[in-house]
Design a binder for this molecule. Sequence first.
Ligand code: NAI
Length: 413
Amino acid sequence: MASQPPTSFPKDQIKILLLENIHQSAVTLFKAEGFQVESVSTALKEKELVEKIRDAHVIGIRSKTQLRDLPLSEGKRLLAVGAFCIGTNQIDLDSANKRGVPVFNAPFSNTRSVAELMISEIIALSRQLGDRSSEVHQGIWKKVATGSWEVRGKTLGIVGYGHIGSQIGIIAEMLGMTVLFYDRVTKLPLGNNKPMATLPDLLANSDFVTLHVPETPQTKNMIGEDELALMKKGSYLLNASRGTVVVIPALAAAIKRGHLAGAAIDVFPEEPEANGEGFKTELQGLPNVILTPHVGGSTSEAQESIGREVATSLIRYINQGTTTGAVNFPHVDLPTEPGRITHRILNVHKNVPGVLRDINNIVSNRNANIEAQVLATDSNIGYLIMDLGQDVSEDVKLGIASLPNSIKTRILY
Ligand code: NAI
């Protein structure tokens, strides 16, 4: 029988690499756990990333770091990835999954911030606020009521009724708007929000159309010339989802010919990697067009909350193996029972027939008693958490780790 390991895997040897100026709320939580934290204020290019990732047990990024297969393949010690943002397109999720590395993001942390920005922009577009403000900045006094409207009684069409879309729907109703929504899947309508059967139905019936879909092959160029033509004359388009969803030249043309009365655009097909001058879009200089640099979710509250949410998920994974909320991994959560003295084995394996049988053989050959066991799979991998008596766990772990289909095996004392 294997001798018992003297201590737990020392927490102070766990290295957390945080890129892109991740909020202090995350650093505080990691440090409180006793982990080593290295914070870098910028994104890293692939060459530097490959160097840095070799040492890291966890890497935390935001939207600018491209975490593709090459850096992931070099992260031999990597246990998990934290996406301190909402979108995860910048990460090769499939590669991480096959390497046994769960990716955690913060799906709700900036929902409210985006929703509030959209509400403010709906009113700002309706009152041509951007134009009036820049005129006064230039010394031009142009007090007009023509083309200015209250939003009360107008119809808002929401495309993508997820976290953000549904939150906007609720707030817009409080302003007296009628709310329609269109989603790819059936969603419970909140308040008096009304589902529309098709996108054309929504476009034809809305005074304001706001987009809140993710970036997918289906949403690429979702709003182009044909869709803009379906929108009411004098209506407005808002996009704070992803830049690829709207065909910008078609939008510019619809505004120039007066079909649309304005637009608020926060996201662009190509966005600069760093702050600075020289950004160009065909929408610049057009009337009643509010342009913002992808700031929909950028508030202090959201940053603080993202830091806390993702760090908490990562800590639960490191300490307990819980993968609830991971975007690319089977979800497993096995509560620890207070007072029970067990060791926990975490195993990620290829999802092929016979793996669980092999694992259970290893356990029974050592006369070990399984106190608790949970397994979940996806098409590539299986993820198993198993609690065992302390006397045999190290031996069982070595046996499981040496199975040909095992990808990653960890033991928690
Ligand atoms: P979510 O996943 O909760 O909602 C997305 C909704 O779109 C879902 O209900 C989904 O069923 C629906 N959908 C997907 N494909 C569709 C299609 N082809 N047609 C119609 N509906 C479709 O996401 P959440 O949190 O509401 O965020 C939406 C998007 O907003 C994110 O994917 C992200 O790209 C963007 N975002 C932008 C921010 C900014 O700073 N501008 C900040 C946060 C998110």
